[in-house]
Ligand binder design. Structure first.
Ligand code: AMP
Length: 285
């Protein structure tokens, strides 16, 4: 595996990879875990080479968020990626990636408004901007994203469609710990008790999925039931619970009027905000 830090070194290295066939790309913030590696494995299966980026992108962190203390461990990450058979790791510095006069922003106001966008109003513009630039540099045939960040997937899929970016955007399942907690680089910020309580997020989602499949009609009562359940988590504070259409991300009223819905939640613990979701096919429409 080669590691490059500069933008022109990256372009030269990917030019060589492209000659060998399809390139799959996995953008990350680093502090890698099995969830990230599952994306890499899928990319390896479907492409001749795999490029991974590790970049704690300042644009996607709000002024009061955890940019400074976001876990960074490039050496350990590189070892994991090498073992997973990644061809090229791109790990730029923020100064190099965003020159002083950088000013462009990619904004998708509709898809970015709800869910995480409510408490993180500038987050998805930061994500769309960095990923479009990364795609322009790497020019991969396929982009691999995790379902845990489903809103991010929808934003990037829509961006690729709207701006005719020639990339296939692939959604990969959320990898979980044994007790169901979605793997996340931020889980290390949980205390022991919080870590135990946090598995209740997945149980609440499973319960919601069951209720939808059993035919609960109103999204409002479903939402209220999930909020009630999550409020019982000691040390947790519900940021949001939403039932939205899986494509438009607009709030759902009558579940049966939608083909597929997303139940998405975010919960604050003392040092980490955790998100999770489940997709449920309702069937009609
Ligand atoms: P991040 O480093 O948190 O920006 O994540 C990089 C990519 O890995 C994103 O596409 C995430 O959705 C994905 N990802 C993060 N956690 C998981 C997980 N538990 N399972 C699958 N994919 C994940």
């Amino acid at each position: 595996m080669r590691t490059v830090r500069g933008l022109s070194a990256l372009e030269r290295a990917v030019a060589a990879l492209r000659k060998k066939g399809r390139v799959g790309f996995v953008p990350t913030l680093g502090a890698l875990h099995e969830g990230h590696l599952s994306l890499v494995r899928r990319a390896k299966k479907e492409n001749a080479s795999v490029v991974v980026s590790i970049f704690v992108n300042p644009l996607q962190f709000g002024p009061k968020e955890d940019l400074r203390r976001y876990p960074r461990n490039l050496r350990a990450d590189a070892a994991l990626l090498k073992k997973a058979g990644v061809d090229l790791l791109f790990a730029p510095s923020a100064e190099d990636f965003y020159k002083n006069d950088f000013e462009t922003q990619v904004v998708l106001p509709g898809l970015s408004r709800g869910l995480c966008g409510r408490s993180r109003p500038t987050h998805f513009a930061g994500v769309a901007t960095v990923v479009l630039k990364l795609l322009n540099l790497v020019r991969p045939q396929a982009l691999y994203l995790g379902q845990k960040d489903y809103q991010q997937y929808r934003v990037l899929k829509q961006m690729a469609k709207d701006l005719a970016v020639p990339v296939d955007v692939k959604l990969c399942p959320t990898l979980r710990e044994k007790d169901g907690l979605a793997m996340s680089s931020r889980n290390i910020f949980l205390s022991k008790t919080e870590r135990q309580e946090a598995s209740g997020i997945f149980r609440a989602l499973l319960e919601a999925k069951k209720e939808i499949l059993e035919g609960v009609g109103s999204a409002t009562s479903l939402r209220k039931a999930i909020v009630r359940r999550l409020s019982l988590l000691r040390g947790g504070k519900v940021d949001y619970v939403e039932v939205v259409d899986a494509e438009s991300l607009k709030p759902v009223v009558q579940l049966r009027l939608h083909r597929q819905v997303l139940v998405a939640v975010a919960v604050f613990f003392s040092r980490a905000r955790l998100i999770d979701n489940c997709l449920v096919r309702v069937g009609k429409k």
